[in-house]
Structures are given as structure tokens and as C-alpha cells.
Design a protein around this ligand. Structure first.
Ligand SMILES: [Zn+2]
Length: 356
């Protein structure tokens, strides 16, 4: 049998067929439709004592580390850019991020009161010294929020955004009415801090959730490029470029997350080397670098991981192929700012003005 000829892309009737093919690969594993055990427990898994939760997760992680062929079938681990490769092959349009330095976005999920305290005590100075500003995802209804702290984060030019409802991993799988109620609970925070972005706790996301988010937010950042073993095996969109899905702009989490890497047993030097290699590869592929770190001591807030984070920031600032950016800047540059779907949602102009 003759080998297939891949030297030229197949001819399509206009762009639509090619677009359909690209989005079907991108969406093949984009959602986590089956709830993990943590979202099916009769009580919130967060009631389990923190240290026990971390120990349990590390144990599972070490076991998972030996089973990579089971959880990284597609997208591959630690970085799979199949959708971008397909897109460049089929579509004549090049990524808007190919020209000039690659945008880099730093994000934190503030998963506890400790996380917020550490953000202020340990992370913001480092970021500001590098000329960066981070985007911080806040849980609206799990513990009393320290508004003095949040106001300071905002005043120093960092972005605040929404991280679910109470972090019990249920919103994505709730009945429609309950899901909308859980989402509506963030209304006051959204107004107070001009929040325009959302990230799902534990990155648990369904089509129905994203559709609801499109009525409230200007972007979502819950879909990893290569999800690895968490929250479910074989999850991710295999692209490092933003895209439109269910009416909302998606800023994929393009870099391997701190939690996953710790759970898989990587040490600090290995994590830094992996982050640098992934950032370089994303830059070469015309993508955007989006990093998630958690500020809790058991994640990136401890001395060793904080040093890794600092060295990664130094790598980005010392390398002219990168520049600091923000979710909104990337979404605008990609032409993905959509019209407000209803009054709950800030208009693009208002949001841009508020985020100045
Ligand atoms: Zn979280």
C-alpha cells in the first residue's frame, strides 16, 4: 500500500470544514463529563483534613506516575500541541502570537485563606520585581474572604477573578437551576472587583457550565492543554492558543500545574527544567504561556517551590522571546471578545476600562 501524502493539506470547501476538524480535535477531550469521586462524596471533600488530603493525593499521584500510558493517551503529557499542528497545516491563518515575544500569564487559585495570605506575603513582591502582574482566582463562598487583602491585591494592579462557588467540585455537574444559583453567588464579588474571568475548581468543566459562564464572564480558563492525570485521565484541548467555545473565550492552561508535578513526585529542579522547556516549546508553536501555581505552603508557597517560581520568573524576564501579559490582553489580541449576552455581564469596554 502506498504511503499517505502529508506534504499538502487536503482541499476543503472553504474554511468551515477545516475549522470543524480543528475544533473537533480541540474538543475531543476538552471536558470532564464524568464526575470524579471527590464531587460525588456525600459531604464536601474539603472537610477532610488538609494534610490528609495532600498525603492521599501524593499517594495516588505516585501510583499514577507509573501508569502514564493510561492517563496521557491523548492529550500527551506534559505538553501536546496536536491541535495547533493540525491548525497550522489546514488553515492559512497564522497564530496572532507568532510575531513578537510570546505572552506569559501568571495565575493563582486561592484555595484557602492561607493561600490569600501567602499571595500577599510571598508572591506579589516577586512578581512586581519582575514587572509582572498575576491573575488570582477567588472562591466566593467557602470561608470568610479578607476584603482588605483582596483590595490590596487589586490596588497593586493584579487581577481578581472567580474560582467556582465553594470548591466542592459540584458546580459543573449540578442540575441547571442549581448550577446557575451557584454561579450567581459570585455576583457581588464580580461587581466589587470588576471580575471578568472564571476558573473551575479542580478544572472540572462541562459544556453546560461553559454555556452558563458565557452569560456572565468574558473568559474562562479551566481547560488545560495537557491535563495529565488530574482531574480525570486523558483531559485537555491540545492547543496553547485561546479559542472560542460555547460562546465564551477560553484561555487554556498551557503549562503543567504545580499540584500535578508535586503529586507525580518531581523535585524542584525537575519542575523548573520542565517549565522552561514547555515555555520554549509553546513560544516556538505560536502559543501563549499560562501558568497556574497555588500559594499554599504544600503547593508553591513553601521555600523550595517559591524558589523554583522565582527562578522561572527570572528565566522569563531575561529572555527576549517572552513578555508579561494578561488574560484580557490575550483574548482581545486573538479577537475573541464577545458581546455581552445579558445584563449580568460586563461589556467588553467597561471591563477593559475597569481593568486598566
Ligand atoms: Zn482550586
Amino acid at each position: 500500500m502506498a504511503d499517505a501524502d502529508f506534504s499538502a493539506p487536503p482541499a476543503f470547501e472553504g474554511d468551515t470544514e477545516a475549522e470543524k476538524l480543528i475544533s473537533s480535535l480541540r474538543e475531543l477531550r476538552a471536558f470532564t463529563d464524568i464526575p470524579p469521586i471527590s464531587s460525588r462524596l456525600p459531604i464536601s471533600y474539603r472537610r477532610m483534613p488538609g494534610p490528609l488530603r495532600v498525603r492521599l493525593a501524593r499517594l495516588i499521584g505516585r501510583w499514577q506516575g507509573r501508569r502514564e500510558h493510561h492517563w496521557a493517551d491523548f492529550p500527551g503529557w506534559p505538553l501536546d500541541l496536536s491541535t495547533d499542528i493540525l491548525s497550522d497545516w489546514l488553515s492559512p491563518r497564522t497564530s496572532p502570537f507568532r510575531d513578537g515575544p510570546t505572552p506569559v500569564v501568571l495565575t493563582h487559585d486561592l484555595d484557602s485563606a492561607e493561600g490569600t495570605r501567602n499571595l500577599l506575603a510571598r508572591f506579589l513582591d516577586l512578581e512586581e520585581a519582575s514587572g509582572a502582574r498575576s491573575t488570582n482566582f477567588v472562591v466566593p463562598a467557602a470561608w470568610p474572604l479578607d476584603h482588605g487583602a483582596l483590595e490590596e491585591v487589586k490596588r497593586r494592579g493584579h487581577e481578581l477573578a472567580v474560582h467556582g462557588f465553594d470548591h466542592s467540585n459540584r458546580t459543573a455537574f449540578s442540575r441547571p437551576e442549581e448550577r446557575r444559583d451557584r454561579l450567581a453567588a459570585a455576583g457581588e464579588l464580580i461587581e466589587r472587583y470588576a471580575m471578568v474571568g472564571y476558573r473551575a475548581p479542580s478544572l472540572l468543566r462541562t459544556r453546560a457550565l461553559l454555556k452558563d459562564l458565557s452569560n456572565i464572564y468574558l473568559y474562562d480558563s479551566s481547560i488545560p492543554t495537557s491535563g495529565g492525570p488530574f482531574p480525570t485521565a486523558n483531559n485537555g484541548c491540545a492547543t496553547a492558543r485561546p479559542f472560542l467555545i460555547e460562546g465564551i473565550a477560553e484561555l487554556p492552561l498551557t503549562m503543567p500545574r504545580d499540584g500535578t508535578l508535586r503529586f507525580l513526585g518531581l523535585d524542584g529542579d525537575a519542575i523548573l527544567a520542565l517549565w522552561r522547556a514547555c515555555a520554549d516549546q509553546i513560544s516556538e508553536a505560536g502559543g501563549v504561556v499560562v501558568l497556574l501555581t497555588h500559594c499554599e505552603e504544600t503547593f508553591s508557597g513553601g521555600d523550595q517551590m517559591l524558589d523554583v517560581y522565582k527562578r522561572f520568573l527570572e528565566y522569563i524576564t531575561s529572555n527576549s522571546r517572552f513578555r508579561w501579559s494578561s488574560p484580557m490582553e490575550i483574548i482581545s489580541k486573538a479577537g475573541l471578545l464577545t458581546k455581552p449576552a445579558n445584563s449580568q455581564r460586563l461589556s467588553a469596554e467597561d471591563a477593559a476600562a475597569k481593568l486598566q
